[in-house]
Design a protein around this ligand. Sequence first.
Ligand code: F6R
Length: 609
Amino acid sequence: MCGIIGYLGAKRVVPVLLDGLKKLEYRGYDSAGIAVVEDSQLTVRRVKGKISLLEESIRSSPVDGKFGIGHTRWATHGSPSEENAHPHQDCTGSLVVVHNGIIENYLSLKKSLKEEGHKFLTETDTEVIVHLIEKYFQGRLEEATLKAVQELDGAFALAAISTQDPDKIVAAKMGPPIAVGLGDKEYFISSDINPILAYTRKIVFLEDEELAVIEPEGVSFKNFKGNKLKKTVDEITWSPLMIEKRGYKHFMLKEIFEQPQVVRDTLQGRISLERGKVLLEETGLSPQLLKAIKRMVIVACGTSYHAGLFGEYLLENLIQIPVEVEFSSEYRYRDFKVDEESLAVFISQSGETADTLAALRAVKERKGKSLAISNTVKSSIAREADGILYTHAGPEIGVAATKTFSAQMAALALLALYLAQLKRKIDKKATLTLIQELQRLPHKMEIILNAEKSLEKLAQSFLPYSHFLYLGRWISFPVALEGALKLKEISYIHAEAYPGGEMKHGPIALIDNQMPTLAVIPKDRVYEKMMSNISEVKTRNGHVLGVVFEDDEEIKDKVDEVIPIPVTDPLFTPFLTVLPLQLFAYYIATKRGADVDQPRNLAKSVTVE
Ligand code: F6R
């Protein structure tokens, strides 16, 4: 949801900003811009569209500078256009600001600033920030910024530079993330660590209501009250290579193929075959507390919500307590209750999703206990929850989540087994059987991925269709939802997912020979029921593609196309069944010419409501 970058150091600033913006482009890509300063000369260049167009504009008419800031936008207020692209300038043309987030009181601020004589040129909420800083500016950018942020309501991560207070970048955070990179006499600010990693692994994460002042002599930190802060420096272990495509055509395809390793990495060090145990003491929640939990709610959005549904079926099966799954955007506004014996689990790969963060805060306000499952170290959700269980998927750059879904399921499987152990709902033998199977999953995932070409061929033959139905029941229902979401978001094809048994209550009316059905039918407790549902589709001229166990002979006459997967424990089939659905969506989308890594209208990290 918008990416911010800034650089001050000995390098020429423009290539550093452009390189950083490309790595942040997954956060938004409807317009982009940079502002750089050299010898008191401020140059702003902005374009509508992607970073490649900004690069083209700079190639044909070069700009240069010693320090600067940049932005890639996902529009909230004001259409995607060059005028609304960041950085935004003040009335004097000497001060610029880039911003990620939403200023909720921008209309009233705009009105009073206009009355004071400020001239507004855009429809954005951001423009009020630059005029507010201008209003308070008396020579020191950080002091003016500190005064300005006191008047802002809403969420913001911002960076400002001025020719009147040169060689300085001021960044402030209230909501969306800001990381500050500390290099060798060079400093970076960025919405995430990816652009910084090529230069330094030393990172300081700003907390809410904090400000960083970057100067040639170093970086200083203050809170919004103006008090100096001593911040800890984190050493990041992610390697810059993790964010390269490494021979794959798209990040999404690379990330699909990384899933076996991601599952291995997320399980690594957390299971002991010798002791027949899951070892999850790391979360920060005590075993006594977890043992006493009698109810759970899982709160998340999008793909993370689907992982949460998988968790619901698994947790109910293994620990037999009530588990509900809620959309973050709904849960935060509900009149929900929490008590001593309930645990709320927040799943978010980015750890910054605004709705999930708000739902977490709503639980904390009611004194509820919380556990986060996140892929992003030190993200807001990871920091604010009482406990944290990290997934080890590495950076996910493709906007459509794939490998983080598998990593989230692996984390949930560990959590479910750990709770079952604590609550003595499972004996050592049964635990061992399940953890051995968990460890076998990556190899089984590789078998499916190696058959990628057959999925590509299948996708080719389904290119002409504009509507798809996805069916699954019990633990395969979340997979049907996830398969449909992947197809929708990257190929812009209409897809609906239903629990197989619900189809007869309405959606069956859609079935004809123009609406193929992808049915997830591993052999589990609802297998026979799914067979009936498929025959209901077939009787109505529907075409069925079945994701089925490879040894399932019976199904072969019942579906039109068989997509085989290796046999696994019924509780773990989603790790395998989701892979062909991801590949199917990927190939349909790429064959239709869609930009799968950056689908229209989307952004990876949704830091606005
Ligand atoms: C879909 C997708 C989104 C995210 C959702 C939550 O492919 O990526 O639906 O799953 O925006 O994001 P996180 O997990 O970062 O909270």
